[in-house]
Design a protein around this ligand. Structure first.
Ligand SMILES: *Cc1c(COP(=O)(O)O)cnc(C)c1O
Ligand code: SF4
Length: 378
């Protein structure tokens, strides 16, 4: 029996979409057109109280909400704490803003040499290619601009970014981000990829997309054939919970790897009440490995306005790494990183394994809390 048949059964559609023909359901255009973005649409899928409806409408003024029928079908309709629901449907605490929170904690806008391009690290840049996403994740770090048409960049802005990159030979790695870059048409992606590949010092291109999770239908053989021409392409995706590891997601990732020749890895955001638990993260990462997706980062939730209900303590993240390292395949152990407010960049936090250090003698504790000594060389 194939791995996908054994571990990734087809997801179940909610009754509202039970009679939708497969040809529609499997079309990303249909999924985009039928996005759920009104209370009326939402009520056809699950019970929503008047109080919840008022909150959803109030929060939409700050950050739009929308989700694909596919992603909505992963929600357990009668569970207000469903991890998919919490990521996609606005809730009351979003409206609470603390004074230490910021709109742009990573200072992305101030590290922009040209519109839509952030150059923070020595050898890589981040290119903002669209403000659209199939689902507006409630925990989005860029909610200050994502979903806002005023932040869309023109092809002229993109050309300025290409010129900047071409003038900076130290840049060897370009992250295409957004929004979700797969919200661009294949034609616009071709425009971006072909310009980047024409720059001789560009080595790798990264495509940062959540479509595998929120709109796997978008990953078509045609798209992948195009990506193949511009490799090596590293796809960074964003699974946060094992419920998102469906057959559709499995198939989308396989197309990216087998036809697109992409390398796919995952950046999970640590979210309170969704995945702030070692068993959930272990189960997610083991499922990702079955999909050939390598867990790359666990990202600490940024200090963005209205996200305090999602933020865990830093110790929670460290404890999760501690519960993974040694306990399961090293391949399932990502780096736990904090993106420092003010534009300091990412740092990784690890559990304290050193128990004692005297002269050349280092004593460590292992994953099972047994002590071992290593004598260091001079
Ligand atoms: C995260 C990030 C990168 C990529 O960082 P890696 O650690 O190489 O994955 C690049 N630029 C910006 C602005 C980033 O936030
Ligand atoms: S897909 Fe990414 S950019 Fe889009 S809303 Fe979600 S987290 Fe934000």
């Amino acid at each position: 029996m194939r791995i996908q048949d054994r571990f990734f059964p087809q997801s179940q559609r909610v009754p509202a979409f039970a009679s939708t023909p497969d040809a529609h359901w499997n079309s990303w255009i249909w999924q985009q057109q039928k996005r759920i973005k009104t209370i009326h649409d939402l009520r056809s899928l699950m019970p929503i109280t008047d109080e919840e409806a008022a909150i959803i409408e109030a929060s939409a003024d700050h950050f739009h909400w929308a989700m694909t029928p596919y992603y909505a079908s992963l929600i357990e309709p009668n569970n207000p704490q469903c991890p998919i629901r919490l990521q996609a449907i606005p809730s009351q605490p979003e409206l609470t803003v603390h004074d230490y929170e910021m709109h742009d904690p990573l200072a992305e806008e101030t590290h922009m040499p040209t519109p839509g391009l952030t150059h923070r690290y020595p050898d890589r840049v981040l290119l903002y290619s669209t403000h659209n996403c199939p689902v507006y994740c409630r925990h989005c770090t860029r909610k200050r601009k994502v979903a806002n048409p005023a932040t869309a960049h023109t092809n002229e802005d993109l050309k300025k970014a290409f010129t900047y990159i071409a003038d900076h030979p130290e840049v060897r790695d370009v992250l295409i981000s957004g929004g979700d870059p797969l919200s661009n048409s294949d034609g616009r992606l071709h425009f971006i990829l072909s310009h980047l590949r024409a720059i001789p010092h560009i080595e790798i291109i990264r495509l940062c997309t959540r479509n595998i999770v929120t709109l796997p239908q978008r990953i078509t053989p045609e798209l992948c054939q195009m990506l193949q021409k511009f490799g090596p392409i590293y796809v960074n995706t964003h699974f946060n919970h094992p419920r998102e590891c469906t057959r559709e997601a499995f198939d989308a990732a396989a197309l990216l790897m087998d036809i697109g020749h992409c390398v796919v890895s995952n950046q999970m955001v640590l979210l309170k009440g969704i995945n702030d638990n070692a068993e959930i993260v272990k189960s997610l990462n083991q499922k990702l490995l079955l999909m050939r997706i390598r867990p790359y980062y666990i990202l600490q939730c940024d200090m963005v306005s209205g996200l305090s209900h999602f933020r865990t303590s830093l110790q929670t993240g460290i404890d999760i790494i501690d519960a993974l390292r040694g306990h399961t395949s090293g391949l399932a152990v990502p780096h736990y990183v904090v993106d420092l407010p003010g534009g300091g960049g990412k740092i990784s936090l690890v559990p304290q394994y050193t128990v004692e250090k005297t002269d050349k003698k280092w004593t460590f504790r292992n994953y099972a809390h047994r002590h071992f000594t290593y004598i260091d060389s001079l």
